[in-house]
Write a protein that binds this ligand. Structure first.
Ligand code: AMP
Length: 447
């Protein structure tokens, strides 16, 4: 299939050709015709699948078909809500590129930067705004934004908005726009609150589920180092001696952890910068552009800050800490292997993270190969993993490997299809204890 087959207007086709897109991705193939017909959409696809163009191309086409007189005031006709600033800015950049040959204007409304520039853009008129909930509410309260003319609403990464505590803001924002509108809703998981929102917001939606979690990660080469917590930094320094690691996005659990890793890398002269919520928006943007341009080789990030970061040709993702929510692992490693490229994901697993590893392997349906040639092998311990040591993750403590035990984190591969594609082949290891291969700890972490 080509973009021509999707009946896109010449202005968009020209922009896509400028971007060197030759063929639509599966989510684009399925979503664009439905959105052009005016249908509501419920989409399950992660970043890296071409999701942004899937919703923004038809929005551009629908809005630019509505010819307005030059004298008419420009109204906000589409609102795209996203959980993070980075994602909003990235979507805004994409829409600018895709709408370059139309007369539409779009602007990002995000916190962490001066409001003045955004006020100016709004005063000049915007057809599409891409916003994070906090700043948008501020501007609505100041009566600088009127959503009464919104025809198309996009809720992107709705489950993340819930995780980040934005759901009440989102609900308030929705009351400020007309009930009669087209709504495009994207979420990777379907906790009950999100299901409720879907039922109230969407009218007979077209459902699009792209590559389930397990197959999305297939093209990424994954490997695992079982390593003691105290040796993780040495392990990372050692790994980064390998110059074939051109650009690495390193994930840590905490902001302080990210700063610590950067300081330690600095000591061994490996250029690195951290990106997390304690950094100003300008510092984050600078860290990102340094990383994109190759000034820094390593970007160290927490999950929330890294959400939606779009870096083409990222060669490696390194999990300094394993995430306690298995879907987060998939989101993280999906930062590499973009748009059909192959990528490498390396994970460090300390003893206390073994339950997280088991959940991840269950979700992706395979065992992550362990690197045997490990200069810092984990010392075999018989200490049981204390539940408290697993942090606040309900997912880990309440045996998320059984989705019924934790209905709020239903794997997305089970969302639209009945048969679980993610259940996987981890049956070779009994569930409920850590029967890792012999080089791994022999203890039984309680879960
Ligand atoms: P997204 O999932 O929207 O974050 O897109 C992931 C990456 O794929 C971005 O770098 C896009 O620019 C790129 N992309 C999106 N659609 C296409 C396409 N049809 N062909 C090639 N690259 C694309």
């Amino acid at each position: 299939m080509t973009f021509n087959d999707l009946k896109l207007i010449p202005e968009i086709l020209k922009a896509l050709s400028n971007e060197n897109y030759t063929a639509p991705t599966p989510i684009q193939e399925q979503s664009i015709p439905a959105v052009l017909e005016g249908r509501d959409l419920l989409g399950c696809a992660q970043t890296g699948t071409g999701k942004t163009a899937a919703f923004s191309l038809p929005i551009i086409q629908l809005l630019s078909a509505q010819k307005s007189k030059p004298s008419t005031i420009r109204r906000i006709r589409s609102l795209i809500l996203t959980p993070t600033r980075e994602l909003a800015l990235q979507i805004s950049d994409n829409i600018q590129a895709y709408s370059k040959f139309t007369d539409l204007r779009c602007t990002a409304i995000v916190g962490g930067v001066s409001q003045k520039v955004q006020e100016r853009a709004l005063n000049n008129g915007a057809d599409i705004i891409i916003a994070t909930p906090g700043r948008l509410i501020d501007l609505i309260n100041q009566k600088r934004i009127d959503l009464q003319h919104v025809q198309i609403l996009v809720l992107d990464e709705a489950d993340r908005m819930l995780d980040m505590g934005f759901i009440h803001d989102v609900k308030r924002i929705i009351t400020k726009m007309p009930a009669k509108r087209q709504t495009l809703f994207f979420s990777a998981t379907m906790p009950p609150e999100i299901t409720k929102m879907v039922k109230t917001l969407l009218n007979n939606p077209v459902k699009v589920e792209i590559t389930p979690v397990s197959s999305t990660v297939d093209r990424i080469t994954q490997s695992l180092y079982m390593v003691d917590k105290a040796n993780k930094q040495k392990q990372l320094n050692h790994l980064l001696q390998d110059e074939s690691i051109v650009s690495a996005l390193v994930f840590t659990r905490t902001k302080h952890g990210a700063d610590r890793v950067v300081r330690e890398l600095d000591k061994v002269k490996i250029p690195a910068q951290a990106i997390h919520g304690n950094k100003s928006q300008n510092a984050r943007q600078l860290a990102l552009s340094n990383f994109r341009s190759g000034v820094t080789r390593v970007l160290v990030a927490t999950d929330i800050a890294a959400r939606g970061i779009d870096i083409d040709e990222l060669s490696h993702v390194i999990n300094f800490n394993l995430p306690n929510i298995p879907e987060t692992y998939v989101h993280r490693i999906g930062r590499t292997g973009r748009a059909g490229l192959s990528g490498v994901a390396i994970s460090f697993c300390e003893h206390e993270e073994i339950p997280f590893l088991k959940d991840i392997e269950k979700l992706i349906g395979k065992t992550i190969p362990e690197v045997k040639d490990n200069p810092f092998p984990m010392l075999i311990t018989t200490e049981p993993v204390k539940k408290a040591a697993l942090g606040s993750s309900k997912a880990a403590v309440s045996k998320p490997s059984n989705p019924k035990a934790n209905p709020t984190r239903k794997p997305k591969s089970e969302w639209f299809t009945k048969g679980s594609k993610s259940g996987g082949n981890s049956s070779s290891r009994p569930s409920g204890n850590s029967s890792r291969p012999s080089s791994r700890p022999t203890s039984k972490p309680s879960r």
